[in-house]
Unconditional design. Structure first.
Length: 258
């Protein structure tokens, strides 16, 4: 059986590719388990500083949950796999930045995967949507909560209650994606973002992620006064000295992550 998820690590970047193009990269339990295991591996792998999540082929990032598998009802083997899965959409404390590279359809759970990433880079042909209500479902893997937090409430409700799609240009206009490029320039655009992240101190990136994710749950005064373990680690690190020193010496910093 072909691997449902491909993982390639090179030069500090982990590329995770949902590999079910014949099903528009719909996520069955095998794919979710493979993604869960890959995320676990990358979280603790010191060779990985940033992740890129994408879909195989040129038609879809992912169209979400594989409804063919869902229609099978209660299956002990499938249930056992789901018991072992920690989805990306549930990982509110993931320590490393994740970029969604989106071409084609990002629908349902596929859109929810993209919403759970830190940055979204989209091809001009990208189409986003949460059509769950049309299937007797709801986007409960974070979409129903993340979308109203990432775009204006009335617009989010319009898409949630109708299942209407939005194209890449509209998503960019709403601040939902960071950049839209022709599909042939998508790899180059993502590489530009990963390069900029890799130029930053790894401990700073981790502290920023923790401060943002934890701080958003608090009122502003409490968020600014809170203690963040990753930030305490950064403050005590050699890298916190290396950055200003490199600037003063007019050279590129050499990060050790310590």
């Amino acid at each position: 059986m072909t691997a449902s998820l491909l993982l390639e690590i090179a030069n500090g970047v982990a590329h995770l590719t949902i590999n079910r193009p014949e099903r528009l990269n719909a996520m069955d339990s095998h794919a979710h388990l493979a993604l869960s295991e890959a995320l676990d591996h990358c979280a603790t792998n010191e060779a990985v500083h940033v992740l890129v999540l994408t879909g195989a082929g040129d038609r879809a990032f992912s169209v979400g949950r594989d409804l063919r598998e869902l229609s099978q009802g209660e299956d002990p083997e499938i249930a056992a796999r789901w018991h072992s899965i920690r989805r990306l959409t549930d990982r509110h404390d993931y320590p490393k930045p994740i970029i969604a590279k989106v071409a084609g359809y990002a629908l349902g759970g596929g859109f929810e995967l993209a919403l759970a990433c830190d940055i979204i880079i989209a091809a001009e042909d990208a189409i986003f949507g949460l059509p769950e209500a049309r299937r007797g479902l709801i986007p409960f893997a974070g979409g129903i909560h993340r979308l109203p937090r990432q775009i204006p409430l009335k617009i989010a409700m319009g898409h949630l209650l109708t299942g209407r799609e939005l194209n890449a240009a509209r998503a960019y206009e709403l601040g939902l994606v960071n950049e839209v490029v022709p599909v042939e320039h998508l790899d180059k655009a993502v590489a530009s973002w990963t390069s900029d992240i890799l130029a930053c101190a790894p401990l700073s990136i981790r502290a920023i992620k923790e401060c943002v994710s934890d701080g958003l749950r608090l009122a502003l005064p409490e968020a600014m006064a809170a203690t963040y373990p990753a930030e305490e680690m950064r403050q005590a690190s050699r890298d916190s000295i290396e950055g200003p020193r490199a600037f003063a010496e007019k050279r590129a910093p050499v990060w050790t992550g310590a």
